[in-house]
Design a protein around this ligand. Structure first.
Ligand code: FES
Ligand SMILES: [Fe+2]
Length: 370
């Protein structure tokens, strides 16, 4: 018999300390009702990364995105103000801007040609004479919240809830500020599709380096596993490891430089991985209960032709690590669906980040049922 959604959510022991905690019930990873609830709560109520600041620097530059199926448009107005809108025409609902990014003079719907200003006001309605009680000024684009932080553009679908600054918290913003990542330049994007629930990928990321010596031999040879630190804040986790360059895998050592590797996770699905002169971000997008897209964006200090070989070598190392992670995530997915699986315990030394993740999820899922 199928358990009720409430029972599935509440069977997680949210009050347990890390030393007493278990992972969430398997149904959180396998039941489509949880997927739907997460879309409405976890993803609509959190600030989601939709693009980079450098894509919308000039007046008229825009990007489009989708959050939980909601079409989103962020555009820099003629007044230089950045605004977020639902990319939904007020006539029949078609998407107004259909390219991923670009620069435009106005926002023209491709369906019947309704035109909006860069500030979202309805300016043109072809063949609409004779329509009564129609006020164009009440038919502008519907706004959504947008904000910038560091190299990124964020959007929140729900109107209520904390500002981006408050959502990220002073602990996180202070730390990232010191890392100098705003000086890095975006080079390219690669996307991976995994046959597992999105939380399997996040759990794997947040296990405090637990899997690194076993699964990532190359990476392990340049990290000092015993010195790995794990720090949690209100909605973020920072995992960090000293980098040791005098031993191990030379391909990895050549592109993982500096004193420390910093791995920031921001609830629920954004990661920033930073090394000296290089950074990649991971955006984890649920595409179904057991299908996940992970988008990697790679940034480097120098992106000139001269640095190309070194940058591509760095991306190749990330791809090798990602392939190892994909294989283990898909293995976990099969295990979670097994009748033999019961939620496992967490390592106190390693898995504080996962524990935070599960507690935040619980709070959002529970609130979504009230
Ligand atoms: S749906 Fe946009 S003009 Fe008709
Ligand atoms: Fe990994």
């Amino acid at each position: 018999m199928r358990s009720s959604l409430r029972k599935i959510v509440e069977s997680y022991k949210e009050g347990a300390s890390l030393a007493e905690a278990c992972a969430p019930p398997a149904a959180w990873y396998t039941d489509p009702r949880i997927f739907e609830l997460e879309q409405r709560t976890v993803f609509c109520r959190s600030w989601q990364t939709v693009g980079r600041v450098d894509q919308v620097r000039e007046r008229g530059q825009y990007i489009t995105a989708e959050i939980t199926g909601e079409p989103i448009l962020v555009v820099r107005g003629g007044d230089n103000v950045l605004r977020g809108f639902f990319n939904v025409c007020r006539h029949k609902g078609a998407a107004i801007m259909t390219e991923r990014e670009g620069r435009t003079q106005n926002l023209r719907c491709p369906y019947h040609g309704w035109t909006y200003s860069l500030e979202g006001e309805l300016k043109g309605t072809p063949d609409f004479a004779g329509v009564r009680n129609f006020d164009p000024s009440a038919n502008g684009l519907i706004p959504c919240q947008t904000a910038l932080w560091q190299n990124w553009l964020f959007v929140k679908v729900e109107t209520h809830g904390p500002s981006l600054e408050r959502f990220l918290g002073a602990d996180l913003t202070g730390r990232i500020h010191k890392s100098g990542i705003e000086n890095l330049h975006w080079l390219e994007r690669r996307s991976y599709t995994l046959n597992c629930n999105w939380k399997v990928f996040v759990d794997n990321y947040l296990d405090g380096g637990y899997h690194v010596p076993h699964l990532h031999r190359g990476l392990n040879s340049v990290l000092d596993y015993s010195q790995y630190t794990i720090e949690t804040g209100e909605r973020f986790c920072l995992q960090s490891s000293p980098i040791v360059n005098d031993r191990g895998d030379s391909d990895t050592a050549a592109v993982r430089r500096g004193d420390r590797a910093l791995y920031f996770w921001i609830y629920p699905n954004f990661m920033i991985n930073s090394y000296e002169g290089a950074m990649d971000t991971n955006l984890v997008i649920p595409r179904g209960i057991d299908r996940t897209e992970v988008i990697f964006d790679f940034y480097f200090e120098t992106i000139s032709e001269h640095a190309r070989e070194q940058n591509l070598a760095s991306i190749a190392v990330s791809e090798r690590i990602q392939a190892e992670d994909v294989a283990i995530c898909e293995s976990v997915k099969r295990g979670l669906a097994s009748r033999a699986y019961k939620p496992g315990r967490l390592s106190v030394r390693r898995e504080a980040g996962e524990h935070l993740f599960h507690k935040l999820l619980y709070a959002d899922l529970k609130a979504g049922m009230e």
